[in-house]
Design a protein. Structure first.
Length: 95
């Protein structure tokens, strides 16, 4: 009797899982065609945004070029220091 009761209990808990509902479909409205003023305004905004972005990119490029020049100068100094250190090593081994 306990086995039958346990079986019925498990079956009643598992049965609703098989009858779950499918998700509700999502309906998206079709896009209405743009009017002439909307396209003109969006084109003007796009042009302005492009110009602003171009100016920002040019400023970033100039800053990067300046950093590269500084790094190149630092590398040249380091090369000179390395050569001087090698010369000192050579002279100290001879003496």
């Amino acid at each position: 009797m306990k086995t039958l009761f346990g079986f019925i209990l498990v079956a009643s808990l598992i049965a609703p899982i098989g009858y779950s509902q499918a998700p509700t479909p999502i309906v998206v409205q079709a896009m209405t065609p743009a009017t002439k003023t909307q396209t003109t305004v969006s084109a003007a905004v796009s042009t302005a945004a492009t110009q602003t972005l171009l100016k920002a990119l040019q400023a970033m490029k100039a800053a990067n070029d300046e950093i590269l020049k500084q790094q190149e100068a630092t590398l040249l100094k380091l090369d000179e220091m390395e050569k001087a250190a090698n010369d000192i090593r050579i002279y100290t081994k001879r003496g």
